[in-house]
Design a protein around this ligand. Sequence first.
Ligand code: PEP
Ligand code: MN
Length: 264
Amino acid sequence: MENKKELRNWLNKMELAHPLVIAGPCSAETEEQVLNIAHQLKDTDATVLRAGIWKPRTRPGNFEGVGALGLKWLQRAKNETGMLITTEVASPTHVDLAQKHDVDIFWIGARTTVSPFIVQEIAEALRGTDKPVLIKNPVNPDLALWLGAVERFYEAGVSNLGVIHRGFSTYEKTRYRNNPEWQIPIDLQNRFPDLPLILDPSHIAGRRDIIFDLCQTALDLNYDGLMIETHNDPDNAWSDAAQQITPETLDQITVDLRIRKEEG
Ligand code: PEP
Ligand code: MN
């Protein structure tokens, strides 16, 4: 109960809009790319810049992130644009490094939420923090694992908790990369009624053309925010190229969703 209020208070204190819009590339690739995207996003409704530094790839041999070096780029983007910054942390070492680089919001990835041992270690590393922590659903449609991760962070005294719905993997071929299974986050909210809920349409869709519709559904369902992968050159992104959109498209989506108040 208190948690949503606390995260809301935090958003108000930071003068961040509701719904919260988090945008930025799947992966930080180069300093130039991060700064380019951040400068384009600073004039949109996105108030938080996301970028993966350590990338949990399903199979080896793909780009696995630039590592701690990327934290300096994010920090520079924050200083130059005034945006807040968020990245995925998947170990206590990541937490430590991210904290040293002024990361404002931590997120827990879908491949981490499935592992109670790692979740517990990260929760310990973040014990008592007043920074927001956003927990993605586990890759598989298992409500108990998601709830368990939420409980571990609560028990570690992390008060600004939120969750991110990024869809669930399935062996069936569907129009989605990850099935939304809209009922699962609703069931989670039934257990934690005031936990803020953010949609990650990018990993649900796996493609650009249905991002807007997914965002609209989320706002109709009263979600508290959106996390949308946004890249200056989506087709040539080093990860998740098919689902990323440009900052211009992001801007238009927020107008069409009526998040953005058109001037005049
Ligand atoms: C990501 O946000 O780029 C990511 C790896 O997401 P997920 O943990 O949802 O797969
Ligand atoms: Mn991604």
